[in-house]
Design a protein around this ligand. Structure first.
Ligand SMILES: C[S@@+](CC[C@H](N)C(=O)[O-])C[C@H]1O[C@@H](n2cnc3c(N)ncnc32)[C@H](O)[C@@H]1O
Length: 243
């Protein structure tokens, strides 16, 4: 997948890819990330990229001209990171991971001239109901989540079990030692009985999701995504919670 990021702060994006999984994803060729400074497209002799908003209002707005020129020949799926956008969910992440080319516009200050959005943007995406000072962190969140879904970046087994993938939160994780400061790892995880461990973990997932994210359970039931085994657990554990 090729990701093009249009930003006033290219280094913020680039620095993220210098370590860990993001760096490996680039080195192994699963992902290409091209960052471009919006100012480089400005025809203004001072590389001006923003101006005051028309009408009342504080702050600055990114100019249409540099972005029109940057996007004119873009053949990718164009996303503007914006708190007004569709919420980024795992489902949306998986959809985006299917795209061959993705272009992300990070805006700043008060946002972006609406004519850019109306003319070029395929979708506005928000990473949550709060306001960041710029789109770079939001773009990195989106790229990181999408990158994990690309074949070869993360082992398939880890992906299947993660929170939100199957409409349930993930079970608790433990590692060595078996006992730490008097705190023990649940015995069943040491039993070596794989089916019992799977059953125990599934029950933990349903219990945790019912408790922390009942909205996810309601949505999962409505969409019919749960296998019969999960539905039975939801019935059983919902009663347990009520009593
Ligand atoms: C200070 S915000 C502008 C907020 C805008 N005035 C509004 O109320 O919708 C500056 C930029 O940061 C990015 N941004 C801020 N919060 C975001 C969020 N929750 N999701 C995605 N991008 C966000 C967007 O690119 C936004 O244009």
């Amino acid at each position: 997948m090729e990701v093009r990021v249009l930003t006033l702060f290219p280094e913020r994006i680039q620095s993220y890819f210098q370590e860990g999984i993001p760096r490996r994803a680039l080195e192994e060729g699963h992902l290409k990330v091209k960052t471009e400074n919006i100012r480089d497209y400005s025809t203004n002799k001072h590389r001006k990229a923003d101006d005051y908003p028309y009408g009342e209002g504080a702050g600055m707005v990114l100019l249409a001209q540099p972005l029109f020129d940057a996007l004119r020949h873009d053949s990718g799926y164009i996303v503007h990171l914006s708190p007004r956008g569709n919420l980024l969910t795992q489902k949306k992440v998986q959809e985006l991971a299917e795209k061959k080319e993705l272009t992300l516009i990070c805006s700043h200050y008060e946002g972006l001239d609406q004519r850019v959005i109306d003319t070029w943007v395929d979708e506005e995406i928000s990473i949550g109901d709060y306001i960041l000072s710029g789109g770079e962190l939001a773009a990195l969140v989106l790229i990181d989540a999408v990158m994990r879904c690309l074949p070869g970046v993360i082992c398939e087994e880890s992906l299947q079990e993660e929170s939100h993938v199957c409409g349930l939160l993930e079970y608790h994780q433990y590692t060595r030692p078996e006992e730490f400061e008097g705190l023990e790892v649940p015995k069943i995880l040491l039993s070596g009985h794989h089916q019992n461990i799977r059953d125990y973990r599934l029950e933990e997932q349903v219990r945790l999701t019912l408790h922390r994210r009942p909205d996810m359970i309601a949505k999962g039931l409505q969409e019919g995504i749960y296998p019969e085994k999960v539905i039975e657990l939801i019935r059983k554990l919902s009663k347990e919670d009520i009593s």
